[in-house]
Design a protein around this ligand. Sequence first.
Ligand code: AMP
Ligand code: MG
Length: 521
Amino acid sequence: MKFTVQNSFIEELPADIQIENYPRQVRNACYSYVTPKKTTNPSLLHVSEEMLKELGISKETANSPQFLQVFTGNELIEHTHPYAMCYGGHQFGNWAGQLGDGRAINLAEIIHNNKRWVLQLKGAGETPYSRTADGLAVLRSSIREYLCSEAMHHLNIPTTRALSLSLSGDNVLRDIMYNGNAAYEKGAIVSRIAPSFIRFGNFEILAARKNTELLKKLTDYTIKHFFPEITATGKEKYLAFLKTVRDKTIDMIVHWQRVGFVHGVMNTDNMSILGLTIDYGPYGWLEGYDPYWTPNTTDAQHKRYSFGSQPQIGLWNTYKLANALYPLIEDVTPIQQMLDEYYTLFDTAYITMMKSKLGLTHENNKDIELIGKLEEILQLEETDMTLFFRNLSKVSKSDSFKSAFKKVTKAFYLLSSIKKESKQHWEEWFVTYIERLQKENITDKERKQAMNLVNPKYVFRNYMAQLAIDKADKGDYTLIEEFYQLLKHPYEEQPSNEKWFAKRPEWARHKVGCSMLSCSS
Ligand code: AMP
Ligand code: MG
């Protein structure tokens, strides 16, 4: 396998001087060299055709024994020096100290078609950052990460990508629900790909250790390679950097709110500095529209990372990044101003996004009210978010309430028992909405086309992931391929896949893996 290797991160930033692989605090360094663990009997389950193309890897190469060996950690790419990154983070609101790549190993940085990509293995064994854990990953969480990151990309949402999903051939012990019932599961490795995996936490750990010199070095490195548009100097440079990261974070979260994606663990170590969705763990997709919903069982009580909290957590995390970069700026006023602008920017982007979901293009000062009201009444009865918005595009300017409502009824879980007051609210809302549509000068057909580009027909529903996992556990990987193909075109009508455009089946309501996930992975 031939790549144009260009290891900027390890060439420009200092390495841990220790090379033995044992858990430790790593100071004065941004990473530690580490060799992936050998796997006994690896096998390739799936490869992303899109990523092969992005990276310039031919299909023949993907089928070669070498590809399998490289992407399961048994062989190194020429001229490369794998490493794990050092970062810290705030977890569930508290400073957690050093975390780092405990089970991720960066193989190499390559350039293809003028784009920089880091090739990373997740689940390839212990690193100095593994603390007491094993550095491994199990099949279920690897299927979830692999399929969801590619699905997010096709939904036009900034995300890390995935190239391959493999079984390691080794067994991994996990206690899924943290209740003392540990069991062996199949080990797996996902190769993840991104221009960079730098997180907010990479900066936080250096600030926490008062290592301003290295903090500056890492920030300069990040700006040079990933924010070349920033040309300011001195403190203005770092302020511009903070603002850009803030804006990218807002953009990413607005996208999440658009499709009903709940990350589940928005700790600062899981926030990409490039504004990419990263670290697919106990994430989930809203089925019934509920701002208080969180898929993460660890978060069930406080709901810190629920759907409706994501915008606010984006700001909280930006605060933490701003604190970390303070030593490079040493001026509170512009930092505070940057943070104060967050909600204004977020709200503007959010309203624009929601208007696009409703197919509204004109300015109208009543739109905010229309959107707010819809968010309220979507919660009156259990209403599937994806089905509702997708079918809303069928409503026409000439519809009555009755005919319009009929078009979205598929979204209601218990249509026959909708309360009278709820129906009343829906009637008021639809009457206003249809009047509003009449003020637009695009045709119903044009509006439908535009709405269908932002309201996906197919998302990776929680139970779908679990179906693919249950089959894969039995050695049948066909659903992985089926979902991979389905989710490549989430905005298109796919008549043969209509069965995935449906509400969650009742059996999945309380099943582990379908509506609630633990962090155990
Ligand atoms: P996460 O909650 O997956 O974002 O992980 C938080 C921290 O725990 C990161 O530093 C991870 O690298 C580390 N971690 C999670 N799972 C493992 C594991 N199985 N082995 C080693 N480190 C892990
Ligand atoms: Mg993480």
